[in-house]
Design a protein around this ligand. Structure first.
Ligand code: AMP
Length: 144
């Protein structure tokens, strides 16, 4: 049975559904649940929605990270998973962030949504596909 489950949360409208699935599996297995949100540090969209600024890897935007921590905390509250670990990480890509954390924390199941912000064009969204190809453990893609 799984012992360390990682739910990759993208803050889309479907994130709650994906999180509920991760939570139920964690409860059934008696596993530790962790929530991760990756802030990619290549480009970050600002308020107006049109301006893209490069963010240097060694200079993560603290306000953005703090906002992500708050949103992740709110998602954990809505999921009613008070004992879950919450991780906001700054990484070159979402895939790298998720897989890096999975390796560091000996995760044995990664739970992602089949699709997210990148649309329904493919059978699997880009993140789900990338994670599935390189994961060191099982991956559950919750169909959205
Ligand atoms: P997408 O690649 O946008 O289709 O997203 C598919 C799934 O990848 C989502 O349902 C999430 O589980 C996960 N995901 C996407 N973006 C992030 C992110 N920034 N942080 C954590 N997980 C993410």
């Amino acid at each position: 049975m799984y012992q360390q489950i990682l739910f990759a949360a993208d803050f889309s409208e479907e994130a709650l559904r994906v999180g509920e699935r991760a939570r139920e599996i964690a409860r059934k297995c008696g596993a530790q649940l962790s929530l991760i949100h990756v802030v990619e540090d290549v480009t970050i969209s600002l308020g107006g929605g049109y301006e893209l600024l490069p963010v240097l890897p060694d200079l993560p935007d603290e306000a953005l990270l703090q906002e992500a921590r708050n949103t992740l905390g709110e998602l954990a509250r809505r999921l009613d998973v008070a004992d879950a670990s919450l991780w906001v990480v700054n990484a070159i890509s979402t895939k790298e962030g998720i897989l890096g954390a999975a390796k560091d924390h000996h995760i044995d199941l990664i739970v992602v949504g089949s699709h997210g912000r990148h649309g329904l064009a493919l059978l699997l969204g880009s993140t789900a596909n990338a994670v599935l190809h390189s994961a060191p453990c099982d991956v559950l893609a919750v169909r959205l």
